[in-house]
Design a binder for this molecule. Sequence first.
Ligand code: HPA
Ligand SMILES: [Zn+2]
Length: 326
Amino acid sequence: MSLGMALPKAELHLHIEGTLEPELVFECARRNGVSLPFATVDELRLRYVFDDLQSFLDLYYLAMGVLRTARDFTDMTDAYLARAREQGVRHAEIFFDPQAHLSRGVPLREVVDGLTASLRTSEQRFGISTRLIACFLRDQGPDEAMATWEALRPHLGDIHGVGLDSAEVGHPPQDFAPVFARAREAGLHLVAHAGEEGPADYVWQALDVLGVQRVDHGIRAVEDPELLRRLARERTPLTVCPLSNVRLRCVPRLAEHPLPRLVDAGVLVTLNSDDPAYFGGYVGENFAAVQRELGFDDAAMREFAANSFRASFLPADRREAYLAQL
Ligand code: HPA
Ligand SMILES: [Zn+2]
């Protein structure tokens, strides 16, 4: 097994709905009586070629339409944890998209119960500690985000943070200042996707207006030297997803990924899979691809793994215990 696969690591940028493999899409469709616009698993897999973020999101929201019951969410999460364990994951901070299910008439109780039924015993079964982060769909606007926040309130015992995802361009972080302020007052951790397809200015807004503790993606920060200095000085982590960036054509090829420039600027970078069922690899495969294509040495790969624990929302003593394993 390659070093990248074997290294103990935390995964901090993982959409649980993006772990839905085609086989489970068909299994859930069958048991829920949902009809699909593809005949076979292979036909679905052939669609996994994307021009940009939106073309991916169209298929991502379509496929997750088969998730109807708590059991579906439990099975999907169990399958992710089993795959993640094989790739060295010891801790996972997992995103889910409440609005993508509420809008289809699936009660939030069903979603959260299904996810937590798996996560509650993830340490015993898979040796993976977990946290759950609810993301607002930025393209559905700030009012719907606030309504979603209200719907989430009865579930806050199971939710550790909020994030911001979906179609980025034209939906700047600053629009979501009120709902992030509520989450902050409730003591939640704050993250946001910014600088994936959107400009470096969205990263500034995520930091200054939303007050996020980590930036998801953030790769377009390389276009702004002042922003790089800020991220490095404040040790604000970026959760970079290399295979995702190539598949969604944010970066033409892995060999041209801005990762080395981010590292050289002193930014605390982590490596993650984003939507591994769709982007050709789980987190260990992202580590392996980065080492192969960008020529990082073993010490640099260990540093990415160490960063994943440093950037986690675990308490300091648990972070230190994980770091001691590296
Ligand atoms: O990479 C992503 N970007 C934005 N929204 C998303 N939702 C799932 N994956 C993504
Ligand atoms: Zn993402």
